[in-house]
Ligand binder design. Structure first.
Ligand code: ATP
Length: 507
């Protein structure tokens, strides 16, 4: 665990040192849980967004995009349930003065119990070898059964308490489980209170005429309220989807995990409108599609897992998360939710406008059901960064930090270096750079030794470095070095473009 925390700190330091992510307002000591992206971070973020957009919109003829405003009519948030129910229960430790989400304290406690069960399984597998039957073990081992019973008991108390907004019951649960503050180690807790996560501001020039409006806590509502405009103007037939990427804002209580949990962040969401009764089929379809997308980045499948929700949000009839193994453990990266007709029906009710779709095949009008896929762009960025960060010991005894970012997402695809600053090599290198930069983000560098330049590009994840030397002037060949293998090949200049193109396709 300590190692993983250490790794997380190294990734954060690396992200700053190499221009990926900076603390917002750093010269004023920062603004908590708000971050800025530097030049390399911006490229990586743009590439992740484009990679998602291509998979969702370009590759699906029945999905189109929109870009709705951050400010929306305040009644939208009443209809969606956010004004009344977008709350987290918070609790403070009086000794450390740290604030926590009360439900997360209990869930972390549950994760520890699950960890104990997993340990028993690992121990038993070692002991029994090939004869080990995991299923039978889980169903019969007394220690496992006792822990499972504890989990069921906690769930049986936490979920109803959350559903009924029973803050006293959550407090009692924390006391009964003897949960201590991870910082102070004490159990000196305040009462549990509800806290609404939406930021608000005022629109209008005079104090009397101003209306309180909210900064959107999710992009989805912009899709719901536009769905008929989009359907009609794009002549979409059910099933069809609307995709959107954009900023969302949440006044998070616990915001201590770098860009994992921010107060201003970006979402990439897609709402898929389907016939009532067909939503579970599409929900399963999108679960599978989204997992395929994650694995298509080249990150091994075992770094991801599904977590099906036991406790469903008020709008959902099925929900799962895709979790990623961050250095801080397996955590939610994306949510896939079958949201029923909850949002559209609520908007019908609150706006007084009909939001029905006429299904000409069925000759029927209905409020469509919706399956949503919702991923945090910044969390995906963190997943890519933490998987990419590699500290390698090399055969010659030295070491290097290399960011093994999937090529298609890497900030720069090619770095071009003249071996020296004279003899016409920079001119030749510039010529190569000019030939490539229309198609690829390229970086030109002539300072320092070639070795140092390689290291700098390893550290930002550039898949290829091209070096121009004296032989280049004679036969138009260059050395091309691949980031992960560090293999160097001599190739003719006109091959560089196709080598890079191949790599981007293969990822
Ligand atoms: P969590 O349980 O982590 O608070 P959530 O279940 O509230 O997340 P959703 O409302 O389903 O999250 O939002 C969809 C996605 O948006 C999440 O899977 C996550 O990737 C991203 N996301 C949500 N909140 C934040 C945040 N504060 N900072 C960064 N990304 C976020």
């Amino acid at each position: 665990m300590a190692n993983q925390e250490d790794l997380f700190k190294k990734i954060i330091a690396h992200a700053k040192e190499y221009g990926f992510v900076f603390q917002s307002s750093e010269i004023y000591d920062g603004l908590s849980a708000v971050y800025d992206y530097g030049p390399n971070g911006t490229e990586l973020k743009n590439n992740i967004r484009a990679y998602w957009w291509k998979a969702m919109v370009q590759m699906h003829e029945n999905i189109v995009g929109i870009d709705s405003a951050i400010f929306m009519h305040p009644t939208i948030w009443k209809a969606s349930g956010h004004v009344d129910a977008f709350n987290d229960p918070l609790i403070d430790n009086k000794d450390s003065k740290k604030r926590y989400r009360a439900d997360v304290l209990v869930e972390d406690h549950m994760a520890k119990i699950e960890g104990k069960i997993n340990k028993e399984v690992v121990k038993a597998r070692k002991h029994f070898g090939d004869a080990f039957d995991e299923q039978q073990f889980l169903e019969t081992n007394p220690r496992v059964l006792a822990n499972k019973a504890k989990l069921e008991d906690i769930k049986g108390r936490l979920y109803p308490a959350m559903d009924n907004d029973d803050m006293a019951a959550i407090k009692q649960l924390i006391e009964d489980l003897e949960i201590a503050c991870p910082i102070s180690g004490s159990r000196n807790w305040t009462e549990v209170r509800q806290f609404n996560l939406m930021f608000s501001t005022n629109m209008g020039s005079t104090a009397e005429g101003a209306t309180e409006i909210f900064l959107r806590p999710e992009t989805a509502q912009g899709i719901f309220v536009n769905y008929l405009n989009v359907q009609k103007t794009s002549r979409m037939k059910i099933p069809f989807g609307i995709a959107q990427t954009g900023k969302a804002f949440r006044n998070e209580i616990v915001a201590r995990q770098f860009i994992f949990r921010m107060r201003e962040f970006e979402q990439m969401e897609m709402q898929y409108f389907v016939r009532p009764g067909e939503e579970i089929k599409w929900y399963e379809y999108w679960k599978e599609q989204r997992m395929k997308w994650h694995v298509s980045t080249g990150i091994p499948a075992e770094k991801f897992r599904f977590h099906d929700h036991d406790k469903l949000a008020h709008y959902a009839n099925a929900a799962a998360d895709i979790e990623f193994e961050f250095p801080i453990g397996f955590k939610e990266l994306e949510g896939i939710h079958s949201r029923t007709d909850f949002d559209l029906s609520a908007h019908e009710k609150f706006s007084g406008k009909k939001l029905r779709y006429h299904d000409s095949e069925l000759n029927e009008s209905y409020v469509p059901y919706v399956v949503e896929t919702s991923i945090g762009l910044d969390r995906m960025f963190l997943a890519i960064l933490s998987h990419a960060y590699t500290n390698e010991q090399l055969e010659d005894g030295s070491s290097r930090v290399v960011m093994k970012i999937p090529s298609v997402l890497a900030p720069y695809k090619v770095a071009v270096f003249p071996l020296t600053k004279k003899d016409g090599l920079p001119e030749k290198a510039r010529e190569i750079m000019d030939g490539l930069k229309e198609d690829y983000m390229c970086f030109y560098e002539e300072k320092d030794t070639i070795g140092k330049r390689y290291r700098r590009h390893d550290a930002i994840g550039t898949p290829y470095c091209v070096t121009v030397d004296h032989q280049t002037l004679e036969d138009n060949t260059v050395t091309i070095r691949e980031r992960d293998s560090m293999k160097q090949d001599r190739v003719s200049i006109d091959k560089i473009g196709s080598i890079v193109a191949e790599k981007l396709k293969a990822n």
